[in-house]
Design a protein around this ligand. Structure first.
Ligand SMILES: C[S@@+](CC[C@H](N)C(=O)[O-])C[C@H]1O[C@@H](n2cnc3c(N)ncnc32)[C@H](O)[C@@H]1O
Length: 206
C-alpha cells in the first residue's frame, strides 16, 4: 500500500494551510526564513519539502546546496517550477523516509517541519544518523482535542493521513534526539488562530 501523502494534491494541501482559520503556510514561511539563516552552514536538507514554501528565502550566496526531500513527485515538480533561479542550488530528492535504506546525501543541517508527525521518532532518528547533520531544526504541531487537521473545506483531502499520523510531544522528541547525541539549543512557539500552536525546536550535535 502506498503512502497516503501520494494522494493529497498540492493545491488542497496549500489552500488548506493558508486559510485564515489555519495560517500555517504563512507561519511556516516565517519560521523557515530564520531556519535558513541562523546557523553557519553551507548546505541544508529540507525533509518533507512539499511545494517548497519558504524556499524564496534561500540565499545562494550563503547556501551552496539545499536538498528538498519528499516522496510526492507532484510536490517536487512544483518546487522545480517555482524556483527556477535556484537551479544550481536546489537538489530535489524523491525518497520515502520510512524505507529501510533511504538514499540520502550527508548535510550540515536538517530542517523537518511538520514531518516527524508522519514518520515517527525512531524513523527520524535513523534518517538523522544517515544524514549526520550538525544542526537539526524541527517544527511540530501541538494540537487541542479537536484533532490534528483543522476543520476546512479541504478536510477530506486529508482523510487517509490518520493511519500514519503520530501525535508529537516536545519532551519525547527531545529524548529521542538526545539518545542519538543531539541537544536542544533553541525553542520558540507560534500560536495559531484555531487554538493549535507550532513549536520550533532546534538541536545541535554534541
Ligand atoms: C504536513 S506536510 C509538511 C510540508 C512542509 N514541510 C510544511 O511545513 O508545510 C508533510 C510533508 O512530508 C512529506 N512526507 C510525509 N511522509 C514522508 C515520507 N515517509 N517520506 C518523504 N516525505 C514524506 C509529505 O509528502 C509532505 O510534503
Amino acid at each position: 500500500m502506498g503512502n497516503p501523502w501520494e494522494t493529497v494534491s498540492l493545491d488542497d494541501y496549500e489552500n488548506h494551510m493558508k486559510l485564515d482559520s489555519v495560517r500555517q503556510l504563512q507561519t511556516m514561511n516565517q519560521l523557515i526564513a530564520d531556519q535558513f539563516t541562523r546557523y553557519p552552514v553551507r548546505n541544508a536538507m529540507v525533509l518533507g519539502v512539499a511545494g517548497g514554501n519558504g524556499l524564496e528565502h534561500v540565499d545562494p550566496e550563503r547556501l551552496e546546496t539545499v536538498y528538498g526531500v519528499d516522496l510526492n513527485q507532484e510536490y517536487l515538480a512544483a518546487c522545480a517550477a517555482r524556483y527556477p533561479h535556484l537551479t544550481e542550488t536546489l537538489r530535489l530528492v524523491e525518497a520515502d523516509l520510512t524505507a529501510a535504506e533511504p538514499d540520502l546525501p550527508p548535510a550540515e543541517m536538517v530542517i523537518a517541519n511538520l514531518l516527524v508527525e508522519y514518520i515517527g521518532y525512531p524513523c527520524f532518528q535513523r534518517v538523522l544518523q544517515k544524514v549526520f547533520p550538525e544542526y537539526v531544526s524541527c517544527v511540530i504541531q501541538i494540537n487541542t482535542d479537536e484533532g490534528f487537521v483543522s476543520d476546512s473545506p479541504y478536510i477530506h483531502a486529508f482523510d487517509g493521513l490518520g493511519s500514519i499520523h503520530h501525535q508529537m510531544e516536545e519532551e519525547a522528541l527531545t529524548e529521542y534526539l538526545a539518545a542519538i547525541g543531539y541537544m536542544l539549543n533553541y525553542r520558540e512557539e507560534c500560536p495559531l488562530p484555531n487554538g493549535k500552536k507550532l513549536v520550533r525546536m532546534d538541536y545541535v550535535r554534541s
